[in-house]
Write a protein that binds this ligand. Sequence first.
Ligand SMILES: *Cc1c(COP(=O)(O)O)cnc(C)c1O
Length: 184
Amino acid sequence: DTEVLALIGSKEGIAHLHTAFVDPGDYVLVPAIGYPVYRGGAVLQSAHSYFMPMNEENGFLADFSHVPDEVLERAKIMFIGYPNNPTGAIATPEYFDRAIEFCRSHDILLAHDNAYSEIGFDGYRAPSILERPQAKETCVEFFSMSKMYNMTGWRIGFAVGNAAAIRALGTVKNNLDSGQFNAI
Ligand SMILES: *Cc1c(COP(=O)(O)O)cnc(C)c1O
């Protein structure tokens, strides 16, 4: 009841997460290569984006190990997403653990975009970040029907994870869009 929230597609949930957690002048940590809404949501809140480097050398795993202190002080959300769009990179459990530890120690909400959770090849099955220890203390994860069931136009997604984050996002939605039509 407290850890799941239906969305009108995961895009609005990702954008509205900024409305819930980010004030003007704050920072969001955003992968250098990734879904544009992570940054767009920050722009709409007059917040800054700090781009975490992603390249072939680091396996396209967004590098949060060099974020400057002045950015960290005002960082509210860190976005990552694996299996990754557009690189196709997948995350290791160790990477998820490091991201969770980093966000817990700096009081940052970790938002994992898992839009491609059901799309794996050669036996690979994408994990949920919430499988990792202590993830629920700091993580919210976004899922979407759009890619896995080819239902983009239906606008169905959902967020799961940390109850306080889910409640905050639900409060924003109650005041803005009232949620998806329940019959759908
Ligand atoms: C398509 C996509 C979304 C949003 O999908 P919705 O249709 O809004 O559920 C979110 N993140 C990534 C990485 C995507 O590719």
